[in-house]
Design a protein around this ligand. Sequence first.
Ligand code: 13P
Length: 254
Amino acid sequence: MTPGVRPLVAGNWKMNGLKASLGEIAAMGEAARAGGAGAAELAVCPPATLISQAAALLADGALAVGGQDCHPKGSGPHTGEIAAAMLKDAGASYVIVGHSERRADHGESDALVRAKAEAALAAGLTAIVCVGETRAEREAGRALAVVSGQIRGSLPPVAEPSRIVVAYEPVWAIGTGLTPTAADIAEMHAAIRAWLGEIYGPGGATIRILYGGSVKPANAAELLSLANVDGALVGGASLKAADFLAIAGVYRNT
Ligand code: 13P
């Protein structure tokens, strides 16, 4: 946690979810309305096909809706792609960019991720920019250097800090049930905080830095209590409202 910073718990549904899954989102909205996340903000990033319907269920803003990726250009001949303005038009207020699955599956570079983040900001969205090292990079003692490069290369150099969220997701912790030690997470988040200060000045102190990678109800309390951990980006455990809400429930008494 960072004093004075409103935490964010965001669910990334990845390539999961059909119309039949909207009941989970409705349940998340109901619980959020009932105060289930305390002072924390909640967001869900379903596949693009469900954004409009999710947004309609959440029109009161109990839970924000986000996309999982956007194209750097505003429109044009890019078959199959989705522009940030389209996500906004569908009811999204967030978009994830630079997720490690996209960096790996689609060869996305830091420069492309930055261009996507800039497109998101231009469309009025808040960008959740993902960074994180591979297992080989951590074992080689290069985790800090790798993430430093990603932060400097992927973040828009000029941005309103409230419209930027950083998600630190070690690649080897995603979907594996493995998490870094509390000390390793705290070290990385403190380093990211310092780099954000170099890029954005005092505003960098207010940017939310989420942890992602095998966040579950059982480990959420420990992970989310760490210094400079301002919430979570949750994959698998966000598909079920009960698990997602159990994670967000960590903030009920804070
Ligand atoms: P898991 O929570 O399934 O490990 O996924 C994390 C993630 O990639 C969120 O973006």
